[in-house]
Write a protein that binds this ligand. Structure first.
Ligand SMILES: Cc1ncc(COP(=O)(O)O)c(C=O)c1O
Length: 399
């Protein structure tokens, strides 16, 4: 499978996947093929326009299969951040002074700041869910106190992009629902690492960025189309009023959307046995995605145990977070080296890691790590034991 990723041939250990993965040949080819074949804009009378219509329809269906959504409830945008701002702006028009929202200090700032900013304009109170500074857990119990009859929205991540914590989203979303509040789940870091089922999570909105799972640089927001029908974003007069189109501003990146479909197909094919006939019928793409992502989760958690075990043996390393359920993302400081110095040293050894707060701004502030943050080494499905061992050898040399 690594051979499907041309970029990996440069010999570096790509442990930077949490900030964006490399792409397989099939995605590169799908994007090139779309351009080669040619496409027009949407809704025209000629065949090339029909090809754009088909590209968008296929990409919506692909993302729906990835996260367990309805194709008609999949909205595309340039980034999860842009989509959060779009929805925050639209939802907050229905809020009134005295309402409240709940955000968490575990979240990437893209699922915090847009909500705080619109809340400020609407006179809405912001309540904070705190994570445990030692364990990195986001205790669910606090939500029972935070959520009340005036709560309009609970924004929470499905996985921390810094310390990996995967909160109990179904329980949190259940408390939100019981109070009549909406739950906006940031699935950007969670989606590449495990099977996703929006309904199981209880998410009213779920965002995911394709560039975190072997696709191009764009993002999707999934929601029940009936819920989207109740939300009105700012839009141009002649653009479609229909869901999901009215949430998509301007012209979509059609060729990249062809890459989105190819990326989901790539993920669906990761566990070859998932394609086997089940009960007489070939497995659906959704079934193959679920089987593949379960295999990805198993592969990554074995590697992550190796990574965490190795780092724990190094006295000059301080690891942050030890949640029971985690995405395979390690966040650590190295005594005697700034995060940047450590990352530069590792880069000189051919190991790609991130330094900084990775926009987990509230988390890094709470941990006293601003402004330099820490070192982040994240695993994705194409990483292997040699990547982990090279990281461990490099960090050991920093002693
Ligand atoms: C958990 C999480 N949420 C949101 C984002 C922002 O995604 P985007 O770059 O698509 O706005 C990221 C990006 O790193 C992330 O890791």
């Amino acid at each position: 499978m690594r051979a499907l990723y041309p970029a990996l041939a440069d010999g570096h250990a790509y442990l930077d996947g949490a900030a964006g993965t490399q792409v397989p040949v099939s995605v590169i080819e799908a994007i090139a093929a779309a351009y080669r074949e040619g496409f027009g804009n949407l809704g025209g009378a000629f065949p090339a326009s029909g090809r754009a219509d088909a590209i968008v329809a296929h990409a919506r269906a692909a993302v729906a299969d990835l996260v367990g959504a309805t194709p008609g409830g999949v909205v595309f945008g340039p980034s999860a951040t842009a989509l959060a701002y779009r929805i925050a702006d639209a939802l907050s028009r229905g809020w009134t002074a005295g309402d409240d929202i709940v955000v968490s200090r575990l979240d990437h700032d893209s699922n915090v700041r847009p909500w705080i900013q619109v809340a400020g304009r609407a006179g809405v109170t912001v309540k904070w869910a705190e994570f445990d500074l030692v364990t990195g857990e986001l205790p669910t119990a606090q939500y029972a106190d935070l959520i009340g009859p005036r709560t309009r929205l609970v924004a929470v991540t499905a996985a921390s992009n810094a310390i990996g914590t995967r909160p109990d989203v179904p329980a949190i979303a259940g408390l939100a629902r019981a109070a009549g509040a909406l739950c906006y789940v940031d699935g950007v870091h969670a989606t590449p690492h495990a099977p996703v089922d929006m309904a199981g999570l209880g998410a009213d909105f779920y965002t995911t960025s394709a560039y975190k799972w072997s696709g191009p640089h764009l993002a999707a927001l999934a929601a029940d189309p009936e819920l989207l029908e109740t939300v009105w974003p700012d839009k141009l007069a002649p653009s479609s009023n229909a869901v999901p189109w009215r949430f998509e501003r301007g012209t979509l990146p059609f060729a990249d959307l062809a890459g989105v479909t190819a990326a989901v197909e790539h993920l669906a094919a990761l566990a070859p046995r998932a394609a086997a006939v089940s009960g007489g019928a070939p497995a659906s793409r959704r079934e193959r995605v679920l089987a593949s992502m379960a295999a990805v989760e198993a592969h990554e958690s074995a590697l992550f145990a190796r990574l965490l075990g190795g780092l724990a043996e190094l006295d000059h390393v301080t690891l942050y977070g030890k949640a029971a359920r985690r995405a395979p993302t390690a966040f650590f400081s190295v005594t005697g080296s700034s995060p940047r110095e450590a990352a530069e040293f590792l880069a000189s050894r051919g190991v790609n890691v991130w330094d900084g707060d990775n926009y987990a701004y509230e988390l890094c502030t709470a941990l006293g790590l601003e402004p330099d943050g820490a070192v982040r080494a994240g695993l994705v499905h194409y990483n292997d034991a040699s990547d982990v061992d090279r990281l461990l050898e490099g960090v050991a040399e920093l002693a």
